[in-house]
Design a protein around this ligand. Structure first.
Ligand code: NAP
Ligand code: FE
Length: 358
C-alpha cells in the first residue's frame, strides 16, 4: 500500500490567522483567486489581514465563475504574470480552489498555451494555499482541478496533480451559507466517500478515511433537513468534506462524478446536486456486502431510506432522456473513470444508475 498527501492541513477555528506567519512565508506577493461570497463570510478578510501582518502584498481576483473554464484560468494567469506573484491562494468553494490550482500551474509554465492544461506532463506549479468555504469538494486536500471545457462541451479533471501546500479549513466561514449550497456541497462530500469506498484504487488507508469520515458525515446529516446550522455543525460538515477529499486524493472518483459533469455543463446543475442524483444507483450497482457497509456507516437502515433521503434533499433529477444518453455515452468512453469502478460497467448499468430504462 502507498499513501501520499503532501498538503499541510490545518483544520481548526481561526487557523488562517493563527498560522499566518507560516503560510504567508511562501512568497513576497500572492494572487488571491476567489468569488464574491468571501468578502462577506470573513475568509477574505482573515487572509488579507494575515498577509498584511507579515508584509506580504497581494492582488485579488474575485470574479471566479462557478465551474471555472479554461478561458477564465488563462485570463487570470495573465494577471498573475503581470503582478509577478509567487504563490496563489484559493478562497471559496471548489470553483475558486480548483481555479487557483490551474492558475498556479499555468503561471509556472508561462510559455505554454491552454492546451497544456490537458496534456500530461510536468506538474510544477506555484505554491497553492486553499481556504474552503463550502463543505463539499475537499479540493483543499486533493491534487485535482476540474475545469469547464467548452471545446468538448463538458467538464474534465486536469491530468496534472497539484497538491496545495497548505489547506486552512475553518467551519466559521460556512455559517450563514444558503441552505441549497450547504446541502448540495454536503452531498458532494458524501459522493466522494461512496465513490472512494467502492473503488478499484481503494486501500485500507483510504477505507480508514472513508469509514471514519462517513461516521462524521452521518452525525451531521440531519442538520441538512433541519433549521439553522451552528458553527460547530459547520465544523463537522467541513471536517467530513476534508476527509472525503483526502480519500479521493488517493482513489479518484467514479461513476456519479463522471455522469454529473454532463448535467452541470448542459443544464448548470450545481456539482453536488448533479452527483447526488446518481448515488443511490451507484450504491445499488455495487455488491450487497459493500452496499450494506456503506449504508451502515452513513446511518441508513436500507437503500430505500438512503434513496428517499437523497430525494428529499435534492428533489427529482433535472435531466431528460437526451441528456442522460449523452452522459452515458460520454462516460462509456471515459476510460479513466471506468477503471476506478471495481466491476465491469455496461451501458445498461449506467442507464439503471440514471433511473432510466435501457
Ligand atoms: P462553488 O461553485 O465553488 O460555489 C457555489 C456557490 O456557493 C457560489 O455561488 C459561491 O459564491 C457560493 N459560496 C461559496 N462559499 C460560500 C459561503 N461560505 N457562503 C455563501 N456562499 C458561498 O461550489 P462547490 O460545490 O464548492 O465547488 C464546485 C466545483 O468544485 C465544481 O467545479 C466541481 O467540479 C469542483 N470539484 C472539485 C473537486 C476536487 O477534488 N478538486 C472535487 C469535487 C468537485 P462565490 O463563488 O461568488 O463566492
Ligand atoms: Fe465532487
Amino acid at each position: 500500500m502507498y499513501f501520499y498527501l503532501p498538503t499541510r492541513i490545518y483544520s481548526e477555528r481561526d487557523c488562517v490567522r493563527k498560522h499566518g506567519a507560516e503560510w504567508t512565508a511562501l512568497g513576497k506577493k500572492a494572487l488571491i483567486v476567489t468569488g464574491k461570497s468571501s468578502a462577506s463570510n470573513g475568509s477574505l478578510e482573515d487572509v488579507t489581514e494575515a498577509l498584511k501582518e507579515q508584509g506580504v502584498s497581494y492582488y485579488i481576483f474575485d470574479e471566479t465563475e462557478p465551474n471555472p473554464s479554461v478561458e477564465m484560468v488563462m485570463k487570470v494567469r495573465e494577471t498573475g504574470l503581470k503582478e509577478q506573484v509567487d504563490f496563489v491562494i484559493g478562497i471559496g468553494g471548489g470553483s475558486p480552489m480548483d481555479a487557483a490550482k490551474a492558475v498556479a500551474l499555468m503561471i509556472a509554465h508561462k510559455d505554454k498555451d491552454a492546451d497544456f492544461l490537458y496534456q500530461k506532463g510536468d506538474d510544477t506549479a506555484l505554491p497553492v494555499v486553499e481556504v474552503p468555504t463550502t463543505c463539499g469538494t475537499g479540493s483543499e486536500a486533493t491534487p485535482y482541478a476540474i475545469l469547464t471545457r467548452h471545446d468538448v462541451h463538458t467538464k474534465a479533471s486536469l491530468p496534472h496533480k497539484i497538491y496545495p501546500v497548505y489547506a486552512l479549513a475553518d467551519g466559521k466561514y460556512l455559517v450563514g451559507t444558503r441552505r441549497d449550497i450547504l446541502v448540495n456541497t454536503a452531498v458532494d462530500a458524501l459522493g466522494h466517500f461512496i465513490e472512494s469506498y467502492i473503488n478499484t484504487n481503494a486501500t485500507e488507508f483510504s477505507h480508514m478515511l472513508c469509514e471514519y469520515g462517513m461516521g462524521i458525515w452521518s452525525s451531521a446529516k440531519n442538520v441538512l433537513i433541519g433549521a439553522d446550522v451552528t458553527a460547530e455543525e459547520c465544523d463537522t460538515l467541513l471536517l467530513a468534506s476534508t476527509l472525503a477529499g483526502m480519500a479521493i486524493a488517493h482513489t479518484g472518483t467514479a461513476l456519479p462524478h463522471g455522469l454529473s459533469y454532463y448535467l452541470t455543463y448542459e443544464k448548470g446543475i450545481p456539482h453536488g446536486k448533479a452527483v447526488g442524483y446518481f448515488l443511490p444507483g451507484y450504491l445499488a450497482s455495487a455488491g450487497p456486502l459493500i452496499r450494506k457497509k456503506v449504508l451502515t456507516l452513513t446511518g441508513f437502515p436500507d437503500i430505500q431510506y438512503f434513496t428517499a433521503f437523497i430525494h428529499r434533499l435534492l428533489g427529482p433529477m433535472e435531466a431528460d432522456e437526451e441528456l442522460v444518453t449523452k452522459a452515458v455515452r460520454g462516460l462509456m468512453s471515459n476510460a479513466d473513470k471506468l477503471k476506478n469502478v471495481p466491476y465491469p460497467v455496461t451501458e445498461a448499468m449506467l442507464y439503471q444508475i440514471c433511473g432510466m430504462a435501457y
